[in-house]
Structure formats: structure tokens, C-alpha cells
Design a protein around this ligand. Structure first.
Ligand SMILES: [Zn+2]
Length: 153
């Protein structure tokens, strides 16, 4: 039987194991195996790489985002109702400055405020971003479909 040289320690052995060391799979002896990961075993780092990466998403409300020009929409509907910013802010139990910044779109409302405004003005401020062509501006409330419901359990 011809002995083979261990790539790691350079000694001759009759049996070598393919082992992953520093990213490369090399033939090493039983003693050198401990320096790496056995190549035929599932490797943890490869699992980490295939995990889907979700970025730029509001995790509290996955799949929904504010409509563009939400500030203009709020201002328009509010004015249509003949309501001042002050009256509107009182009804929502918010500061007038908050409403002002919302309408200027220098402030993004949190989910709680979005719901309050949607309910009060009967508008939709958040929509599914997968389908930006469908804009439900106006009277319709956002309807949840089964696909929209995020499982919590
Ligand atoms: Zn060796």
C-alpha cells in the first residue's frame, strides 16, 4: 500500500480524510482532522449563507408601507371635512405640530397613529408595496387578505 502525504503536517499516512480547513478541502491525516471540519459533514457556515436576508423592512408591519404623498392625502381629506389642523389634532389626541409635520411629510406616523388617522378620515395610508399599481386612495379601507395576516403563534 502506498502511503500518502498529509497536506497539513507533511507526514506519510495510509489513510487520509478530506477535511475543510480555512475554506479549502484538503486531504489530511487523522491527527490533523481536528484543525478543520470534516468535508462530508454539514457545515454550519454554509447554512448561514442560504438564510434569506430581509432588509429595509419595517418588521412591525411586513408587507405594508406608507402611500406616497401621505401628507398631501391627509391634508386634502382633512380640508374636505372643513377641519383645521388644530381640530384634527384634538380629535386624534395628538399635538398640532405632529399633524403639521405629518402633512409636510417630515414625520412618518407610527402604526398606532396610522390606524387612528385611517379610522378618523376613512382613508388608507398603508398599502402592500408588492403591488404599487393598486392605490386605494380615497374612501376604501384597506382590506386584509389571508396572505396579509402575519402569523404570530
Ligand atoms: Zn497530518
Amino acid at each position: 500500500m502506498v502511503n500518502t502525504e498529509c497536506t497539513c503536517c507533511g507526514k506519510d499516512f495510509s489513510r487520509l480524510s478530506p477535511t475543510k480547513i480555512e475554506g479549502a478541502v484538503i486531504e489530511v491525516c487523522d491527527k490533523c482532522v481536528k484543525f478543520g471540519i470534516k468535508a462530508d459533514m454539514p457545515q454550519e457556515d454554509s447554512y448561514r449563507q442560504v438564510k434569506p436576508i430581509i432588509s429595509g423592512t419595517n418588521f412591525n408591519d411586513i408587507g405594508l408601507e406608507l402611500v406616497s404623498e401621505y401628507g398631501k392625502l391627509i391634508a386634502k381629506v382633512r380640508q374636505n371635512k372643513g377641519m383645521s389642523r388644530y381640530e384634527f389634532s384634538k380629535n386624534l389626541n395628538e399635538k398640532e405640530s405632529v399633524i403639521e409635520r405629518l402633512e409636510e411629510e417630515s414625520l412618518e406616523p407610527d402604526d398606532k397613529l396610522v390606524r387612528k388617522i385611517e379610522d378618523f378620515l376613512n382613508i388608507t395610508l398603508k398599502e402592500r408595496y408588492e403591488n404599487p399599481a393598486v392605490q386605494q386612495k380615497g374612501k376604501k379601507k384597506l382590506k386584509l387578505t389571508i396572505g396579509d395576516v402575519i402569523k404570530v403563534s
